[in-house]
Design a protein around this ligand. Sequence first.
Ligand SMILES: [Zn+2]
Length: 100
Amino acid sequence: MRNTRQIVGKYAMRTIIVVSRKTILHAQVQIGGCESCSEDAGIIFEFVLDEVTGREALDTVYLLSEPAKCPACGARVLEDTLVEPVGMERAGRIYPSFIH
Ligand SMILES: [Zn+2]
């Protein structure tokens, strides 16, 4: 079990962003599937949030105000759920190793 110091250390240099429902819905339309339903799910949802918010996941801790929903199968999508991106040119440039 992690203690408080470890948790604080992990987040110390990162900005915590609470993601609003509107932003979640905006990010949701940029995914074609999730790890439950798509073999092409190759990036974590945080990277889609980067695209929508213009931030960088490496410097940001996203806290979803509610889970996103996979548009293909309806499964819950959380910050670290693998998703299949659609129409994400920027993510492809920044994280080429994560895009298949
Ligand atoms: Zn799905």
